[in-house]
Design a binder for this molecule. Sequence first.
Ligand code: SAM
Length: 167
Amino acid sequence: MVRENEIRDNEVAVEPPTASDAGLTFIGRISTPWTSRMETPRQGRHDGPLCRIEIFDPWVPALTGVEAFERLEILYWLDRSRRDLVLQSPASNGKVHGTFSLRSPVRPNPIGTSIVKLEAVEGAVLLVRGLDCLDGTPLLDLKPDRTLFKPIAPPQPGDFQTGDGGT
Ligand code: SAM
């Protein structure tokens, strides 16, 4: 599968284990113009349509300071994805690729990430551009774009460590 839930030529599905290793809390909901996977962008673009990220209580105070960042990294749960393919054929041509060599929404833990352009913060709502998810997609997390973020806590020895000496 990739666009809808069909299996394509040479794709391989497995019987996934019961999902139980991590418990996640949806902290918000994303509103976008897209209601069909056939129309959703494969990757968002910073000149794309305005999308709305609503943060649920009690997490709204956690938005304090986000307005300082021009770009945010958004993590979301691709809730309408199948999760059982190990080999996928994105082009539907029989040529398959390992799931972990793709950014397909079909993966054992269907987490999507996008770097978005922050346009406005309006209380519990962020207005952003650059998403590629269906309307109603659950929000997992958001954080500053790593290239814009400087750690506030003092450095630790590992921050200066380079080269060999790993395990
Ligand atoms: N930018 C993210 C990434 O790289 O991790 C996601 C990329 S993924 C290729 C984007 C595609 O996922 C969309 O084109 C759509 O087909 C699919 N998709 C979007 N929202 C989804 C959802 N809530 N459930 C299942 N599939 C979704």
